[in-house]
Structure formats: structure tokens, C-alpha cells
Design a protein around this ligand. Structure first.
Ligand SMILES: Cc1cc2nc3c(=O)[nH]c(=O)nc-3n(C[C@H](O)[C@H](O)[C@H](O)COP(=O)(O)O)c2cc1C
Length: 393
């Protein structure tokens, strides 16, 4: 298999993973994903940028069949879906030097057990001359591990961004064919992996906007020939301004909490607020996570079971709390039978979040007229909050 030409001296040697259905043993992948590796052939030296997930080593190996020599393997990110085939690459090319920053070196040693002497440590801004082509390293810590770096190829105005700006999409196309599909795959990727680091991402985005870029080659998903498409999407996602949306993850065993959710949803919709309800027992956690990127308010709804909040709701509450979304207000509604510590659990899970908390609405059994009135008050409080945020007239 011949490496696939991206531009002069730059070839794609990565692997789509059509059948992968779960990322990080957590997030569903309706469109699969890919692990992109790139071969850069200068007049004097050849470099491989990243490798592939070890399950796809055979694909990379087939691309490298006729490649006699690799001088450098640049490791932009040590997570195994990109570096996991490094030991196999080094076995095939024993003289190859691994190019990594000092943090990446540490992680390569602990995660891949590559011999230390194979690794050459570089600094932020360092350049590697391949003969007519230059690799320039730009450190981008915490997108999304501490060692992440990007690589700029000025002669081709091409930026390799590793996980940053990537999308979950398995495709046989090198370049984007369907922007809508890539947008959703990139948002799914951003929501899970990048959104907790959005304040740092702002700085990295500003840095790369200063570069002269014609193409962005990420490590997941197709290559962007229109860099503005993904840069503008990221600018919207990382902005502090949420949208006029209430994210409402809910679960219900016998319909009481569900009745509350349906009532609150209809009241909010009546008042001009968009509601995104997700039945936690069936929802795609990736879609729910994507909704956290935009929502101004998050209301969790769950019944009590064995003295505490329903465990699937607890998982979602915990997940939302560690994602640290931009939502400005939170709330809890739910039904119980006789007692328990659901509310204490909610408070403790959300204790680290800096946002407003609405008065919770807890109902004994099926909601009564008085309970629906409490939900009316909650809807009014949400609408008022969205007005203050400038999201509603
Ligand atoms: C397995 C199970 C355990 C429950 N444990 C408690 C409990 O410890 N404390 C309590 O107040 N209610 C408990 N309940 C009662 C429910 O919280 C109550 O019926 C509630 O109205 C259910 O809301 P839902 O219809 O939204 O599922 C339990 C119900 C079930 C099915």
C-alpha cells in the first residue's frame, strides 16, 4: 500500500477505525474514528508524525512497506491511540530517533517502555530541518494531556494538530467531504476531550491563528482544507457565552419524575427556552456531553432509590461536574417515596461548580398541583436567569 499524498512531501499513513463504537470506554462513536499518522519526506530526512492505535499497526505497517528509512518519529501526544505503535515502528526502523518534549519523554517511558536513549528531547519553538521541509514544534499543554504539542510545516502552510481540532469520523477520504458530519464528529470529540480545558484552549487557538495556515491535519478525522471552518467552530464552543438552552438529563422508574420533566419542559418551551431532555437510561452519552457545550442551565432529574439518587443519574451528575461546562445555573428535581439523602448527594456532586443553584423541587410520589406550582416557579427562575444573561428578551 502506498502512502497517500496530502501535498508535496506529505503523506497520510493513518488508519480509519470503522467499527470502533466506544471511545475511552465511555463515549459512543456512531461514525467510528481514525488514528492519523503522517509521513514527511524532506530532501535529506524522513519523519513520521505520530503512529496509530496498536490495533491498527498492520495498516501503518502496510503503508510503510516500501519506506526504507525513517530518521525521526515525532510523538505529539503519548496516548496510545497515537503512540501505541511506536515500539513496532522502532523495531522496523532501529535507527529512528524519537522526537518528543520532556513531559512526553516521561510518559513514553512509563506507557510504552521505549529505551530512553532513543528519545531526543526538544523545546517549544525548536525546528527540525528535513532538507527543504522544516518541522517546527509548538507546545500545547493540556489539549488534552500535559505533553501535547503541535507541529507546523511552514513550507506547506500545514499544521499538524494531533487531538486538537480533531473529529471522530472514519472515512476513506483524506479531506472533508461532508462538513456537517465533521462538525458533529468534532463537537463530540471536543465535548468529551477538550471542553474541560477550554480556558487553556483559548490561548492555544490565539497562538495558531497567528500562523499562516492553508491546511490543518489532525490526528482524528479528515484534513481541513478550510482551517477557518474548525477554528470558528472551536471559537464558538470555547466562548463563555452559553446559549438559551436548558439541558435536562433525567431518569424515572415509574413515571413520577418523568411527569415533572415533561411539565417543566412544556413550561420552558412556552416561555421561549430551548430544552434538550435526555433520558439517561437510553441516551447517547456523547450527545448529552455535546449538549453541555452550549447549555446555559443544567437541571438534573432523578428519583430516590435505596436511600440515594438513582445511580445512573449520579454518574451523569459526576460526569457533568468534572467536565466543568460553561452553564451558569444548575438545578435538581425528582421524586421520592419516604426519605433519603438524594439532595445531599446532589449538593456534594455539584459543590465544586461555580454557578447559581435553583431551589430544588422534590416531590413525594406523583406530583400534585402544589408541586406543579413549584415547577412553574422554577421555570420562571430559569427564564429570569436567561434574561439576565441576555439570552431572552
Ligand atoms: C428499588 C426501589 C428503591 C427505592 N428506595 C427508596 C428510598 O430509599 N427512599 C425513598 O424515599 N424512596 C425510595 N423508592 C421509592 C421511589 O423513590 C418513589 O416511588 C418515586 O416516586 C419514584 O419516582 P419515579 O416514578 O420517577 O421512578 C424506591 C423505589 C424503588 C423502585
Amino acid at each position: 500500500m502506498n502512502p497517500r499524498k496530502v501535498t508535496d512531501g506529505v503523506f497520510f499513513v493513518g488508519a480509519p477505525d470503522w467499527d470502533r463504537r466506544l471511545f475511552d470506554a465511555l463515549i459512543p462513536l456512531p461514525e467510528g474514528t481514525s488514528y492519523n499518522a503522517y509521513l514527511i519526506t524532506g530532501q535529506e530526512k524522513t519523519a513520521l508524525i505520530d503512529t496509530v492505535d496498536p490495533t491498527k499497526w498492520e495498516v501503518l505497517k502496510a503503508y510503510l512497506e516500501k519506506v526504507n528509512n525513517i530518521d525521526y518519529v515525532v510523538i505529539q501526544h503519548v496516548e496510545q491511540d497515537h503512540s501505541g505503535s511506536l515500539p513496532m515502528v522502532l523495531e522496523k526502523y532501529p535507527n529512528a530517533v524519537v522526537i518528543a518534549n520532556s513531559k512526553a519523554k516521561e510518559l513514553i517511558l512509563t506507557h510504552l517502555h521505549v529505551p530512553e536513549e532513543k528519545i531526543q528531547v526538544i523545546e517549544d519553538g525548536d525546528k527540525l530541518d528535513l532538507g527543504g521541509l522544516t518541522l517546527q514544534f509548538i507546545f500545547a499543554p493540556w489539549v488534552h494531556w500535559p505533553e501535547t504539542m503541535l507541529t507546523y510545516l511552514p513550507e506547506r502552510k500545514l499544521l499538524f494538530t494531533c487531538d486538537f481540532l480533531g473529529s471522530h469520523l472514519a472515512t476513506s477520504s483524506l479531506f472533508i467531504e461532508d462538513e456537517r458530519l465533521v462538525y458533529l464528529g468534532a463537537k463530540r470529540y471536543y465535548a468529551e476531550i477538550m471542553s474541560p480545558f477550554r480556558n487553556l484552549i483559548k490561548g492555544h487557538l490565539e497562538k495558531i491563528k497567528k500562523l499562516d495556515i492553508d491546511m490543518i491535519a489532525p490526528s482524528h478525522g479528515p484534513i481541513y482544507q478550510n482551517p477557518d471552518f474548525i477554528i470558528e467552530a472551536y471559537e464558538e464552543w470555547i466562548s463563555d457565552q452559553p446559549k438559551n438552552i436548558v439541558l435536562l438529563p433525567w431518569i424515572s422508574m415509574h413515571g413520577s419524575t418523568q411527569a415533572m420533566v415533561e411539565y417543566l419542559t412544556s413550561k420552558l418551551v412556552e416561555k421561549g427556552v430551548e430544552v434538550q431532555p435526555y433520558d439517561i437510561s437510553k441516551a447517547d452519552l456523547g450527545e448529552l456531553t455535546m449538549a453541555t457545550v452550549d447549555a446555559a442551565t443544567i437541571i438534573l432529574a432523578a428519583p430516590t432509590i435505596l436511600t440515594n439518587m438513582h445511580p445512573m443519574a449520579e454518574l451523569v451528575a459526576y460526569w457533568v461536574s468534572i467536565l466543568r461546562p460553561k452553564a451558569k445555573a444548575y438545578g435538581f428535581i425528582g421524586s421520592y417515596g419516604w426519605g433519603g439523602k438524594t439532595l445531599e448527594t446532589v449538593k456534594s456532586l455539584f459543590s465544586g461548580i461555580k454557578a447559581d443553584f435553583f431551589e430544588p423541587v422534590l416531590v413525594k410520589g406523583l406530583p400534585t398541583q402544589t408541586d406543579y406550582e413549584a415547577l412553574d416557579k422554577l421555570a420562571d427562575a430559569i427564564v429570569e436567569k436567561h434574561r439576565v444573561l441576555g439570552l431572552l428578551p
